[in-house]
Design a protein around this ligand. Structure first.
Ligand SMILES: CCC(=O)NCCS(=O)(=O)O
Length: 321
C-alpha cells in the first residue's frame, strides 16, 4: 500500500488554513482535506486502513470489478503480504508493481546502483518474488519521473526497458508534471529498446489536457491512461495545472476514441489517499463502474468501447508477450 509522503512532503499548506497535520479527520475538516489533500500528512498513507480497503474491494467485486493494478514501488512503501491478504480476503486479483518511484523519493542505494543491478532486482521481483517474499509482481511501475527527467530516473528507465525486453512484461510510467514529459519518457524508453506498445503512460489527465496535444502524443503508440477519475477539485496542489473534472476527462477520452485509439485507452482512479476511500466520504474504488461508465454511455461512448477500456485493453497490456 502507499505511503505517498514523497508527494506531500514539501507541499505548502495555504497560510489561511489551520495546521492541518494536527486536525482530526472529521466531517468538519473534510472540505479542507479535499481541497488540500497533500497538506494533511495523515491523509497520504493507507497504512492502518486494511479493514476499510478490504471492505471497499469486496464492494468493488460486488459491482463487477475483478482485478486491480497496485503500483506502489520502491520510494513509496508497499507491503506485499498485506496485499496478498487483501486479495485473498476480497477475492479481487491484485497485480503488484516493481520498480522505482521519482528521484526525490528514492533511497541512496538506488542512486548508486548500476543499471544492471536495477534490472536484476526487477526481474527477480517478477520471476521469484518481491521484498523478501515469494509473491511475484505482475508489472514494472509506476516508474517515477520528474521534469526534467533526472540522471537516476533515466538510468531507471533504461533498466526498465532492459527488464521488459527480457521478460515481455507490461510497464507503466508516472510522467513529470509538464506536457512535454510523457514524450520525453517515451523517447528514452524507445532508445533503450523498450516496447512502447506494452507501455502505459499514466496521469495524462494532470499532464496533457489539450486535445490536440493529446492526439499528437497518442501517435507515439503507448497506452493512454487517464487515472484520476473521482478527483473533482480543480485546484491542483502539485503543479500549475487546473485539474479536469470527470466530464472533461470523458471529453478527452471521446476525442482520442474518435481518432481511432480505442485499443489504447485505459482508465483508473489512482486512489492512494484516505480521503478518497468511501469510509472517509470519498468516491471509492467503484466510482468508475458505478458513476463514470453511465456518464460515458450518455456522452456517445459505446459499450464496446467501455469494454475495451475496462476489460480488453488492460488484459492485453497485462499479458506477458
Ligand atoms: C503515488 C501515486 C502517484 O504518484 N500518483 C500521481 C498522481 S499526481 O499526484 O501526480 O497527481
Amino acid at each position: 500500500m502507499i505511503d505517498a509522503s514523497p508527494l506531500g512532503a514539501n507541499v505548502p499548506c495555504p497560510p489561511f488554513l489551520p495546521n492541518m497535520n494536527s486536525l482530526p479527520f472529521t466531517m468538519e475538516n473534510l472540505g479542507f482535506i479535499r481541497q488540500f489533500p497533500w497538506s494533511y500528512k495523515p491523509n497520504l498513507t493507507l497504512y492502518g486502513e486494511e479493514k476499510h480497503v478490504i471492505e471497499e474491494l469486496k464492494f468493488f467485486k460486488q459491482h463487477g470489478g475483478s482485478s486491480m493494478v497496485e503500483c506502489t514501488i520502491v520510494g513509496l512503501e508497499r507491503d506485499m503480504n498485506m496485499m496478498k491478504r487483501m486479495a485473498e480476503e476480497s477475492g479481487v486479483n491484485i497485480i503488484s508493481g516493481t520498480g522505482y518511484y521519482v528521484d526525490s523519493a528514492l533511497p541512496s542505494e538506488v542512486h548508486s546502483a548500476t543499471q544492471e543491478q536495477l534490472v536484476s532486482t526487477m526481474v527477480h521481483d517478477i520471476t521469484q518474488g518481491a521484498a523478501g517474499t515469494d509473491i511475484r509482481c505482475g508489472v514494472i511501475g509506476e516508474i517515477g519521473t520528474s521534469w526534467p527527467v533526472t540522471a537516476t530516473e533515466k538510468k531507471v528507465l533504461q533498466a526498465t526497458a532492459a527488464a521488459q525486453t527480457q521478460l515481455g512484461c507490461p510497464v507503466i510510467i508516472h510522467p513529470g508534471r509538464n506536457k512535454q514529459a510523457p514524450a520525453e519518457v517515451i523517447r528514452i524508453l524507445a532508445e533503450a529498446g523498450g516496447d512502447i506498445s506494452r507501455t502505459v503512460m499514466s496521469h495524462l489527465d494532470r499532464t496533457i489536457c489539450d486535445h490536440e496535444d493529446l492526439s499528437a502524443f497518442a501517435k507515439l503508440g503507448c497506452y493512454l491512461e487517464l487515472d484520476l477519475f473521482g478527483i473533482e477539485v480543480s485546484y491542483y496542489q502539485l503543479g500549475d495545472f487546473d485539474m479536469p473534472s470527470d466530464a472533461q476527462r470523458i471529453k478527452m477520452i471521446k476525442h482520442v476514441l474518435d481518432e481511432g485509439y480505442e485499443d489504447r485507452v485505459v482508465i483508473a482512479h489512482d486512489l492512494y489517499t484516505k480521503h478518497r476511500l468511501m469510509h472517509y466520504g470519498g468516491h471509492g474504488y467503484s466510482h468508475i463502474l458505478l458513476n463514470v461508465v453511465p456518464m460515458m454511455l450518455a456522452r456517445g461512448i459505446s459499450q464496446d468501447q467501455v469494454d475495451k477500456m475496462l476489460i480488453h485493453n488492460p488484459r492485453n497490456w497485462l499479458t506477458f508477450k
